[in-house]
Write a protein that binds this ligand. Structure first.
Ligand SMILES: Cc1cc2nc3c(=O)[nH]c(=O)nc-3n(C[C@H](O)[C@H](O)[C@H](O)COP(=O)(O)OP(=O)(O)OC[C@H]3O[C@@H](n4cnc5c(N)ncnc54)[C@H](O)[C@@H]3O)c2cc1C
Length: 411
């Protein structure tokens, strides 16, 4: 069988539908978001768009088919993410919390847990949200470390038929939910007597037990709701433990695998839009000279080099998401390359394109630096490249029997 990179008619349709939603709904929404100073109000502006996406079946399209959704393959997911993220990566991050928070439930959840925790996200109305509560204010990169290190500080203590959860969490999108009473579900990385574990709290257990300490004011991805919260005696049924006690480190790292792969696609979207802006400038602006600036070799070299990098990032994003979702053993390594190479290339590309445009780019109203602010996030979110992702690559490369051709299927 040959490998084809041509989009099927269904994928062409998917691309066109999502692009129409992004241009029609998200582009005007982002004008409003950029004009709002208060981070909590800004994030709340996303809610009607999430409702519209849920009604259009877009959230369901991201839930894997075996769990009642319609997601089937990684290239579709990459097309979806890129078209949304060209206009509003903030929106995808807001809507897609369940992709990470439910990943451990898909992996090891009991049939009852799957039924209970997935069903809110199969609805065709409302704006259900989920948070993967991994990060903590005092650090996350060493969350699995044992004493004398702190590791994860949030605790879940058994008390009769319940876990009593206490601690502070930070950064996860929608940790406070739309109204401060919590998201529909929160998957909490915590320490139980048996080690690092995952428990799922529902909104009914979180309401009144979350104290929002601060809504973060982000320089990019400004429509995302990120906050620092304290959990006070959140009582969760014992049956909400996901997998076994002590499985939390492995399940958490696995949960961030597909989202890590998708960061290469987010970075592609930022770089694509920045390239379009710089190209338009270079082909139309003479800046006092006799010819448009693209006629200067130094300018066109940057445009050519950045375009080539964007093409490479996009293909790696497709390939890695395809492998992760197909559960191809190559997915683990490819997801890390898409995260690390994709995020760092995206940032470098946008930075290079700013130099093509010159000082005009330094006006906040000129549509370029905003993509740099988004791209700055990609090396540090979904597990920073330095603190988490390169360490995962190091462990892979240093493992006995590492096969350098396996990621390409060429062993
Ligand atoms: C918009 C947005 C959305 C987010 N969504 C979520 C989410 O849904 N869920 C969630 O839990 N988090 C989320 N985060 C946080 C994000 O995933 C971070 O990547 C994560 O908290 C890890 O950060 P860190 O690696 O910088 O950790 P930290 O522990 O804060 O480490 C800080 C730095 O110290 C250094 N370092 C620490 N330990 C080591 C080590 N052992 N080796 C080498 N260097 C080390 C590294 O330079 C590292 O970057 C989000 C953040 C943003 C901005």
């Amino acid at each position: 069988m040959s490998v084809s990179f041509a989009l099927s008619p269904e994928q062409q349709q998917l691309k066109s539908d999502v692009r129409a939603f992004a241009r029609g709904v998200l582009a005007p929404l982002m004008e409003q978001v950029r004009a709002e100073r208060d981070p909590q109000i800004r994030a709340g502006l996303m809610r009607p768009a999430v409702e519209a996406a849920v009604e259009a079946g877009m959230l369901r399209a991201l839930i894997p088919a075996p769990f009642g959704g319609a997601a089937t393959n990684g290239v579709d997911a990459a097309l979806f993410i890129e078209e949304i993220a060209v206009e509003s990566p903030d929106f995808f991050i807001t809507m897609a919390g369940p992709l990470i928070a439910l990943a451990p439930v898909y992996e090891v959840g009991t049939p009852e847990q799957i039924e209970r925790f997935v069903s809110p996200f199969l609805a065709s109305e409302g704006a259900p949200v989920a948070a993967m509560a991994f990060s903590e204010p005092d650090g996350s990169a060493n969350f699995g470390a044992e004493a004398p290190a702190d590791g994860v500080l949030t605790t879940a203590v058994p008390d009769g038929d319940e876990w009593v959860v206490n601690g502070r969490k930070a950064w996860s999108s929608l940790l406070p939910g739309w109204d401060g009473d919590g998201p529909d579900i929160m998957t909490i990385v915590c320490r139980t007597p048996g080690g690092v574990s995952l428990v799922v709290a529902e909104r009914e257990q979180l309401a009144g037990r979350i104290e929002v300490e601060e809504y973060y004011d982000l320089p990019g991805l400004t429509g995302c709701m990120t906050a620092r919260v304290r959990l006070h005696d959140v009582r969760v049924p014992k049956s909400h433990l996901i997998g076994e006690e002590g499985d939390g480190v492995r399940l958490t790292l696995n949960a961030f695998m597909a989202s890590g792969a998708s960061i290469g696609t987010f970075a592609t979207a930022a770089a694509r839009r920045a390239w379009e802006v710089a190209y338009e400038f270079a082909t139309t602006q003479k800046r006092g000279g006799a010819v448009p600036i693209i006629e200067y070799q130094s300018v066109s070299d940057v445009l050519a080099d950045t375009k080539g990098r964007i093409e490479a990032m996009r293909l790696l994003g497709w390939r890695s998401l395809d492998a992760v979702i197909a559960q191809d053993p190559a997915g683990g390594e490819l997801a890390l390359h898409s995260k690390v190479f994709g995020s760092e290339s995206g940032l470098a590309v946008v930075n290079d394109l700013i130099k093509v445009v010159g000082v005009t780019a330094y006006d906040s109203n000129f549509p370029l630096v905003r993509h740099l602010n988004d791209a700055l996030a990609y090396p540090i979110i979904e597990g920073s490249n330095t603190g988490v992702r390169r360490r995962q690559l190091q462990a892979m490369l240093a493992a006995e029997g590492f096969d350098p051709l396996a990621a390409s299927g060429l062993s």
